[in-house]
Design a protein around this ligand. Structure first.
Ligand code: TRP
Length: 334
């Protein structure tokens, strides 16, 4: 039996953070042992709202690759693929554009939310607005069965599934209808208590943060807004400091003890945060070590990226042969 295939990806817009880890990276590290894994560094998608400064993306690609290696993604098991270096993706995106209506794109809740956050001064660029189509190409060109992602990406998978159904019905059954695979903890709130950790909201703890930075970010975290003094009973549910404890502190007894005392009003925010800093330091220590090791050998990282991309492109080219054939669009006048 051939191994099932996984495809997922990240926009190289900056360093990856704890939200990425909880929502997706953690799962990928586990899954790479069982699945044929492709990780797309989605610079073409990042270009859709960074087109005024494309030169930034190159350095970011390198940083994302370092983050991958740092969390334990193994290039022997996971192929790191640079999106812009697989031009077949562009071709498939154009073919897919015929299979999606404007109305469907307009309903995509993730894109709607992102448009709101960005408030594009000159109107919404078509490239940004239609990126779910290009993401459907990302997923299908590698014939992925599963797409491990965070919750916010579910509409993208749904869009991809819809396109696959249309394509297979219209032409021939060559594409695979992908399924989403959610991380176990789901969405991590921001340090500000906001629903989502996100670079654009400046509420992140980054995987590459120094110890001093981690401490600073944790100490400034929001807790229970209804509790003013450490000797008042407080809320644990919806309190981001406890959500982080749940996600990153393996000492369950300690977490339960802190929760109990917090509810009774016998522990101060400061102690809960101190314990969180300790837990995060223990978690980030080995990640920092691996990152430093690869950072010291940029030529090795470059080779990892090139080799992953080469293998990714090979798969993409094979799929495109099938796609053009299915569409009877493989005529040539030679
Ligand atoms: N849209 C994803 C994000 O913003 C990145 C991405 C691009 C992706 N292509 C993908 C994710 C394909 C999963 C599958 O994080």
């Amino acid at each position: 039996m051939t191994q099932k295939r996984i495809l997922t990806g990240d926009r190289p817009t900056g360093p990856l953070h704890l939200g990425h880890y909880v929502g997706s990276l953690k799962n990928r590290v586990k899954l790479q042992d069982q699945y044929d894994t492709y990780l797309l560094i989605a610079d073409v998608q990042a270009l859709t709202d960074n087109f005024e400064h494309p030169e930034k993306l190159g350095a970011n690609i390198f940083q994302v690759a370092l983050d991958y290696l740092a969390v334990g993604l193994d290039p022997d098991k996971s192929k790191f693929v640079v999106q812009s270096m697989v031009p077949e993706l562009t071709e498939l995106t154009i073919y897919f554009m015929n299979l999606v209506t404007v109305a469907t794109l307009e309903r995509n809740p993730t894109v709607k939310e992102e448009i709101k956050q960005r408030n594009f001064a000159k109107g919404i660029p078509v490239g940004f607005w239609s990126y779910p189509i290009s993401q459907a190409a990302d997923i299908t060109i590698f014939k992925a069965d599963l797409v491990p992602v965070g919750e916010d990406q579910l509409p993208m998978i749904e869009q991809a599934r819809e396109i696959v159904r249309r394509f297979n019905k219209l032409y021939a059954k060559v594409l695979i209808e992908p399924r989403a695979l959610l991380g176990s903890t789901g969405r991590l709130p921001g340090t500000d208590g906001g629903a989502k950790m996100s670079k654009s909201l400046s509420n992140c703890v980054y995987l590459s943060d120094s110890s001093e930075m981690v401490r600073k970010r944790v100490m400034s975290m929001f807790t229970d807004p209804t509790r003013i003094h450490g000797n008042e009973p407080g809320h644990v549910e919806g309190n981001p400091v406890f959500t982080y404890h749940d996600a990153f502190n393996p000492n369950r007894a300690e977490v339960e003890d802190l929760k109990e005392r917090y509810r009774k009003g016998t522990v101060k925010d400061f102690e809960v945060k101190e314990r969180l800093v300790a837990a995060l330091e223990a978690f980030l220590g080995p990640i920092r070590e691996r990152r430093a090791r690869f950072e010291a050998s940029p030529a090795v990282v470059r080779e990892i990226i090139l080799e992953g991309t080469r293998r990714g492109r090979f798969t993409a080219q094979a799929t495109m042969e099938e796609v053009r054939h299915a569409m009877k669009f493989d005529y040539n006048f030679a």
